[in-house]
Design a binder for this molecule. Sequence first.
Ligand SMILES: Cc1cc2nc3c(=O)[nH]c(=O)nc-3n(C[C@H](O)[C@H](O)[C@H](O)COP(=O)(O)OP(=O)(O)OC[C@H]3O[C@@H](n4cnc5c(N)ncnc54)[C@H](O)[C@@H]3O)c2cc1C
Length: 462
Amino acid sequence: MLFFFADEDVVHRRIDFPVYKNVKDAPRVIVVGAGPAGYFAALQLIELGVKPIVVERGKDVRSRRRDLRAINIEHIVNPDSNYCFGEGGAGTYSDGKLYTRSKKRGDVNRILELLVAFGATQDILVEAHPHIGTNKLPKIMQDMRLKILEFGGEVLFDTRVVDFIVKDNEIQGVVVNEGDIIEAKKVILATGHSARDIYELLDRKDIFIEAKPFALGVRAEHEQSLIDKIQYSCDYRGEYLPPAPYSIVKQVNGRGMYSFCMCPGGVIAPCATAPGEVVTNGWSPSKRDRTTANSGIVVELKLEDFKPFEKFGALAGMEYQKAIEQKAFLLAGETQRVPAQRMVDFSQGKVSSSIPKTSYVPGTTSIELGEVFPNYLTDIMRQGFQEFGKSMKGYFTNEAILHAPESRTSSPVRIPREENTLEHPQIKGLYPCGEGAGYAGGIVSAAIDGEKCAIMCVESMQ
Ligand SMILES: Cc1cc2nc3c(=O)[nH]c(=O)nc-3n(C[C@H](O)[C@H](O)[C@H](O)COP(=O)(O)OP(=O)(O)OC[C@H]3O[C@@H](n4cnc5c(N)ncnc54)[C@H](O)[C@@H]3O)c2cc1C
């Protein structure tokens, strides 16, 4: 057996902040959204001597917690403050997995090093699959905000962008809340994949956007001990091995069905962003020490799937997604309870006679999940779970509980931009950025895209 030791110099290297300039009186750029794309864009702007004004519809991380409690306990969804909206964006209360498919190691390292400078442990620099954990991310995001403020940037919470001011195809600023105006000739738009009102606004104003395929399915939960047993081929993991993750993909009826955002030792979270819908996702604490393992299990969608919604044009995929989330809400009892079914029962089309308590705090309602999805998706998932069971012996079990839907895997809309300038092709000064614009999927790639947009934006100001 080979043992690899991490290079001590790497693990204990001192990581300094970049040299930030005081930008209090510098030219300004509006950054819409305080997610990873927005905050990394803001810090990059400061590094380059430009003042960011970050505009965020949600609350700071601490105040945001009250609204998460209200979703879990009282089933109340605040459309401006929830698991997706608020300081730190969708990633704040996540697993904080930091791996990315980005090939540019230099960019990835820079993001990881910045996270370390803001308080993440140095382990993330050497681990193959680094993650931070829900308990640690909020403080990191808060410290990023403090740094932005320290060097003269602004961060405005409870400030929702409701309109763009455009003159002769050039952006002049944004309108917020009840009509206040914030002026700037450059706007980085980093509003994430759940800002449906922003897509609707762009569409209404005839600012070019396009439908984009995404993936959709369920969130499956197993006992972590079962996943450990399957992955480590032993009865008991012991104290030296971490809770086992898994990653699986199969082709079923010509479509990819795969695990997405797997959370070992984690919890399933209610991630709706508006009343009247049910959405799932997952998170884990840094130690991943919960007894359950969950993962999105999703099927790739194609543009042709959105045909029943074609009257919505570029918003067809978003309406398809919304219809499934709203159906789940109605079927489960018009609260944040989630439609649920045991895995084998689902594959046999049989309503489960009982659903054991799962990690999803608002609770479950036993439903035949085929009622939530179009038939072709149900068929693929029914077969797919059986295929998964062939590759991971023990995975296909009636002890596993499926929660539906997992629907916010990536943006259903792309906001186009020029490859060389990153500007919107029609609106000068508008920089579509991060996951909501369709150029990132995950915390690290959103952060990388934020920095890229900031650099291009500043270049255009020279
Ligand atoms: C529960 C959960 C777990 C996740 N786990 C992981 C993980 O482990 N690893 C990983 O890499 N990714 C994970 N993700 C995905 C990750 O969070 C996103 O990919 C990432 O946050 C995208 O960054 P972003 O900055 O582009 O957008 P977002 O993080 O979505 O941020 C957008 C921000 O814009 C704000 N906004 C929206 N509309 C407006 C408006 N009109 N005016 C003003 N502000 C507005 C929102 O409030 C939000 O704060 C998870 C997501 C969730 C929900």
